[in-house]
Ligand binder design. Structure first.
Ligand SMILES: *[C@@H]1O[C@H](CO)[C@@H](O)[C@H](O)[C@H]1NC(C)=O
Ligand SMILES: *[C@@H]1O[C@H](CO)[C@@H](O)[C@H](O)[C@H]1NC(C)=O
Ligand SMILES: *[C@@H]1O[C@H](CO)[C@@H](O)[C@H](O)[C@H]1NC(C)=O
Ligand SMILES: *[C@@H]1O[C@H](CO)[C@@H](O)[C@H](O)[C@H]1NC(C)=O
Ligand SMILES: *[C@@H]1O[C@H](CO)[C@@H](O)[C@H](O)[C@H]1NC(C)=O
Ligand SMILES: *[C@@H]1O[C@H](CO)[C@@H](O)[C@H](O)[C@H]1NC(C)=O
Ligand SMILES: *[C@@H]1O[C@H](CO)[C@@H](O)[C@H](O)[C@H]1NC(C)=O
Length: 755
C-alpha cells in the first residue's frame, strides 16, 4: 500500500527518535539464575535491587522483578550499565524489551456445544477453572461478565481487582475475579504511554475474554447483524484480566503475575514475534508456566497465506489458527423487475435505499474516479467493478471514494469478495460476484429506467455464499508454518473459529463508522483473526480441565489435537480460503484441524510430555549452553537431548537443494490409554504422496487404563516435489470404532526455503 507523504514523514521522524533513545538507554529484561542468590539476601527482590545499585551509576531504575514463570527483572539501562551487570554472579541472559502487538455467537453452537449432551454438561460449563487473559484489559461493566449462576471464588485464588481512577475494585465479581495492569516498561520508555487502570479502551481484550468465558447474555447483535445470545465457550469458567502495555517487559510481568495468582489457563492473543527462542523472554515465561501445569494458548498470527509466515510457533505453547464459521452477513438487492441478488455487506444501519435509479456505465465502473462527484449521481445507486486480476483490491480506497462522492449506494462486483469480509463497511452497498452480476447488468442495460432497492442487516446461516464455500475453511490471513522459531514441531496445532466472531466490546473502542465522520459505539462487535480463535481453544481447555483436573497440559492439548476434525461440514477435507479455487488446507495452516470439544472429552489415547521432555527438546536445539539456560534455566541439565518430543503430529523437513535425494526420518511415540479399560487399536495410514511410511507395530493392545504403548513411524521421501509440501496422516482406530486418534503428517521444505 502506498502511504501518503505525511504518514511517511511521521514514520521517519519516529524512527529517528527511536534510534536516539536506544543509543542512550533501553529497557532490558534480565534473566537470572535464582539458585545462585547469595544467602545474605532474604528475597530475590533485594538481590536484584542490590545488583542493580552496584552495577549502575544513578538511582536504580528497576521496573519489575519476576519470580513465578520467569526469574529476573527488567530495568532501564545504558549499554555500559548492562555490561557491568553481565559480570554479576547469577546473570543468565539479557534482552531488549521489544514491542508487543495486538493480533487482531454463533461459534459456540457451531462447535457443537449444547446444553443437552457432551462436554458442556459434563464439565458444568467449565465451573471453577480460571482463565488468565493477557491482553488490552477488560470492560468490567459488560453484561458478558455478569456473575449470575457463578459460585463463590475458591479460597486458593491470589489475584486482585486493582483499583484505578476509572476502575473501582468492587467492579470485579464471581465471573471477573481479577484485573491488573502492567505498563511500567512502556511508561519508562515514554511517559505518555501509561495506563490508569485495567480498563480496556481498545475492545480487543474484552472481546477475547468474553469468547473464552463470557456469561450468557440474551438479545445482542452488531448493528443488527449476528443477533442472538452471546456466551463464551466456557460460560462458568472465571476470568482474570491482565492488561499489558506494548512492551515485552510488561507482558512478561503479566504472565508472571497470572502464574502467581493461580490461573489454570493462559490465553495470549498478542504478537511477541522474536524468532530466536533464547531471545524471547516470554517464551521462557511460558515454559515456566507450563512447568507449573498451566496451559498456554497463543495466537498463530495474521501474516498468512504464505508458507512459513509464523514467527513464534513455540513448542510448549498451544498455537491456534483461525477458520470460518457457517454464518455470513448479507444485503438483498431487489431489481426493479422483481429479481433479487444476495450480496455481502456489513453496513451498520438500516438505511433506506429504496427504488433508486441504478447506473451501470463505463465512466464510473471502477468507482475510483472523481466523476462520482458529479451532481448527476445524487440519489443514484452505482455499479462498481473492482475486480483486480493482478492482486487484492484496495476495498478501503474504494469505500473512501464512494463516501466522498454524491452517490447514494453501490453494488460492488468483486471476485475477491471472500477476502472483503471486514466489518469496515461505512458506505451503503453490497458485494456480489461477477457471476451474480450477469443478471444485474442485463437488467441495467436493457431497462429504460433501471432501479434497485437494497436491504441491509441480514444474517445467514449456511454455506458461505456467494462462493458456496463450506465451513469451516482456513482463514487466508492465518499465519502458516513451519514455525520460524523452531520448525521441527508442526505448528500451528489446531484451528478454531476466528472470522467475524461476535463478542463483548468496549463501548469506547472503535465500533464502526458511517461515512468518515460518524463513529458508532457498540457493546458487542464482530472481529476477525487468530486473536479470536485462541480464546475458543482456551475455553475448550477450561472445559477439559474441569472434567479431567488431573490431566497434564500435554494430555489436554493432545486430546484436542487427535480428535480435531480435518473434514468440513460436508465431510470433505477442510479448504483453504486463500486460494480462489479453494484448495485443500494444509496442516501447515490448520494444524490437526478444527477443534471438536465433544470428542476431545473422551479421546481414547493421549500423547504425554513432561517439562523434562521439553527441556530435552531445547537441549537438542543447536544453541549454546548460555542460550539454553536463557530458556529453561539451570534446573535442567542437558544430559538427555532429544528432538523427538512425544507430540501428536509429525513434520519431516528437507531443503530445496536436497531435491532428488531420498531422505529418511524416524519418530518414536508413546501413547497412554485414557479410555475406560482394555482396548485394541489398529493403525490406518494416509501416506503423503511420493513417500514410504512404516509404522511398527501396527496394532496397540492395552490391558488397562493408563497403560502406555510405544510405536515408531519412519518416513522415506524424495525431496523432489514441485509443491512445497505434502501431507498425510496416521490414525489409530479402536476395534469397536469408539476412538479415532488422528495425527497429521507433513513433509515440507524448511523455513529457509521460503525467503
Ligand atoms: C467503589 O464502589 C463502591 C460501591 O459502589 C463505593 O461504595 C465506593 O465508594 C467506590 N470506591 C471508590 C474508590 O470509588
Ligand atoms: C432486543 O433488543 C432490541 C434492540 O435493543 C429491542 O428492540 C428488542 O425489544 C429486544 N428483544 C428482546 C426479546 O428483548
Ligand atoms: C454515466 O452516467 C452518468 C450519470 O448518469 C452520466 O452523467 C454519464 O454521462 C454516463 N457516462 C456514460 C459514458 O454513459
Ligand atoms: C470487471 O473487471 C474485470 C477486470 O478488469 C473484467 O475482466 C470483467 O469483465 C469486468 N466485469 C464487468 C461486469 O464489467
Ligand atoms: C548444528 O550446527 C552445526 C554447526 O553449525 C551444523 O553442522 C548442524 O547441522 C546443526 N544441527 C542442526 C540439527 O541444526
Ligand atoms: C542431570 O539430571 C539428571 C536428572 O535430574 C540427574 O540424574 C543427573 O545426575 C544430572 N547430571 C548432571 C551431570 O548433573
Ligand atoms: C512424485 O515422483 C515422481 C517421480 O519421481 C515425480 O514425477 C512427481 O513430480 C512427484 N510428485 C510430487 C507431488 O512430488
Amino acid at each position: 500500500m502506498q502511504l501518503p507523504l505525511s504518514v511517511c514523514l511521521i514514520l521517519f521522524s519516529f524512527l529517528l527518535w527511536a534510534n536516539h533513545v536506544s543509543s542512550k538507554s533501553s529497557t532490558y529484561i534480565i534473566h537470572m539464575d535464582k539458585p545462585s542468590m547469595p544467602k545474605a539476601f532474604s528475597t530475590h527482590h533485594y538481590w536484584y535491587s542490590s545488583l542493580l545499585k552496584s552495577a549502575t551509576s544513578a538511582e536504580a531504575k528497576l521496573i519489575y522483578t519476576y519470580d513465578h514463570a520467569f526469574h529476573g527483572f527488567s530495568a532501564v539501562l545504558s549499554i555500559d550499565e548492562l555490561q557491568a551487570l553481565k559480570k554479576s554472579e547469577g546473570f543468565v541472559s539479557a534482552s531488549v524489551s521489544k514491542a508487543v502487538t495486538l493480533d487482531t455467537t454463533r461459534s459456540v453452537s457451531f462447535l457443537g456445544l449444547n446444553t443437552a449432551t457432551g462436554i458442556w454438561p459434563a464439565s458444568h460449563y467449565g465451573k471453577d477453572v480460571i482463565i488468565g487473559i493477557i491482553d488490552s484489559g477488560i470492560w468490567p461493566e459488560s453484561p458478558s461478565f455478569n456473575d449470575d449462576g457463578m459460585t463463590e471464588i475458591p479460597p486458593g485464588w491470589k489475584g486482585i481487582c486493582q483499583q484505578g481512577p476509572d476502575f473501582n475494585s468492587s467492579l470485579c465479581n464471581k465471573k471477573l475475579i481479577g484485573a491488573r495492569f502492567f505498563d511500567a516498561a512502556s511508561r519508562a520508555e515514554d511517559p505518555e504511554r501509561f495506563f490508569i487502570s485495567a480498563r480496556d479502551t481498545d475492545g480487543h481484550g474484552t472481546h477475547v475474554a468474553s469468547i473464552a468465558a463470557g456469561n450468557f447474555v440474551n438479545n445482542v447483535s452488531y448493528f443488527g447483524y449476528a443477533p442472538g445470545t452471546a456466551r463464551g465457550v466456557a460460560p462458568r469458567a472465571r476470568i482474570a484480566a491482565y492488561k499489558t502495555g506494548s512492551n515485552e517487559a510488561d507482558t512478561l510481568a503479566a504472565v508472571d503475575q497470572a502464574v502467581a495468582d493461580g490461573v489454570h489457563i493462559i490465553s495470549i492473543s498478542l504478537g511477541y514475534e522474536t524468532a530466536n527462542l533464547f531471545d524471547n523472554p516470554i517464551a521462557a515465561a511460558t515454559f515456566g508456566a507450563r512447568e507449573k501445569g498451566i496451559i498456554v494458548c497463543k495466537s498463530a498470527g495474521n501474516r498468512g497465506p504464505s508458507i512459513a509466515t509464523m514467527i513464534a510457533g513455540i513448542p510448549w505453547e498451544f498455537v491456534v489458527a483461525s477458520g470460518t464459521i457457517d454464518r455470513w452477513f448479507a444485503g438483498t438487492i431487489t431489481l426493479g423487475n422483481g429479481k433479487t441478488i444476495t450480496g455481502f455487506t456489513m453496513f451498520p444501519a438500516r438505511a433506506s435505499v429504496i427504488n433508486l435509479p441504478l447506473i451501470y456505465n463505463e465512466t464510473v465502473l471502477a468507482c475510483d474516479s472523481s466523476e462520482l462527484l458529479s451532481q448527476s449521481f445524487l440519489s443514484r445507486i452505482v455499479v462498481c467493478n473492482i475486480t483486480n486480476e493482478d492482486g487484492p483490491v484496495n476495498f478501503f480506497a474504494v469505500m473512501q471514494n464512494l463516501i466522498n462522492s454524491n452517490v447514494r449506494a453501490a453494488v460492488i462486483i468483486s471476485e475477491d469478495s471472500v477476502r472483503i469480509r471486514s466489518t469496515y463497511f461505512p458506505f451503503p452497498g453490497a458485494v456480489i460476484t461477477s457471476g451474480q452480476a450477469v443478471e444485474l447488468i442485463e437488467y441495467a442495460t436493457t431497462s429504460a429506467s433501471p432501479t434497485a432497492t437494497i436491504d441491509f442487516q441480514q444474517t445467514i446461516i449456511g454455506p458461505n455464499l456467494p462462493r458456496g464455500a463450506a465451513s469451516p475453511a482456513l482463514s487466508g490471513s492465518s499465519s502458516r508454518g513451519p514455525s520460524q522459531t523452531y520448525q521441527e514441531i508442526l505448528k500451528p496445532d489446531i484451528m478454531a473459529p476466528g472470522v467475524l466472531i461476535l463478542a463483548a466490546y468496549s463501548p469506547i473502542g472503535t465500533g464502526s463508522q458511517i461515512g468518515d465522520r460518524i463513529f458508532l459505539s457498540t457493546d458487542y462487535a464482530l472481529e476477525s483473526g487468530t486473536s479470536m480463535a485462541t480464546p475458543h481453544i482456551a475455553g475448550v481447555a477450561a472445559l477439559l480441565k474441569a472434567v479431567h483436573p488431573e490431566w497434564s497440559p500435554a494430555a489436554i492439548q493432545s486430546a484436542m489435537m487427535t480428535t480435531a476434525n480435518h473434514l468440513d461440514e460436508t465431510k470433505q477435507p477442510i479448504k483453504d480460503q486463500s486460494f480462489i479455487s479453494y484448495r485443500v488446507a494444509s496442516p501447515l495452516g490448520m494444524g490437526s484441524g478444527q477443534v471438536d470439544p465433544n470428542r476431545a472429552l473422551d479421546p481414547g489415547l493421549v500423547y504425554e510430555s513432561t517439562p523434562q521432555d521439553l527441556a530435552d527438546l531445547v537441549c537438542s536445539m543447536n544453541y549454546t549452553r548460555e542460550q539454553i539456560r536463557a530458556i529453561i534455566r539451570s534446573s535442567y541439565n542437558c544430559s538427555r537431548r532429544s528432538p523427538d518430543l512425544n507430540y501428536p503430529s509429525f513434520i519431516a523437513l528437507f531443503n530445496f537443494d536436497q531435491r532428488g535425494m531420498t531422505l529418511t526420518r524416524t519418530f518414536k511415540r508413546t501413547v497412554t490409554n485414557v479410555g475406560s479399560g482394555a482396548a485394541k487399536y489398529r493403525m490406518k495410514l494416509e501416506k503423503p504422496e511420493n513417500s514410504t511410511v512404516t509404522v511398527t507395530p501396527t496394532t496397540l493392545v492395552f490391558g488397562k487404563k493408563y497403560e502406555k504403548r510405544s510405536y515408531s513411524l519412519s518416513i522415506r521421501y524424495r525431496g523432489d516435489i514441485e509443491l512445497t509440501y505434502r501431507q498425510g496422516s496416521l490414525t489409530w482406530i479402536e476395534e469397536t470404532g469408539k476412538y479415532v486418534v488422528r495425527s497429521p503428517i507433513v513433509i515440507s521444505g524448511g523455513v529457509d526455503n521460503y525467503g
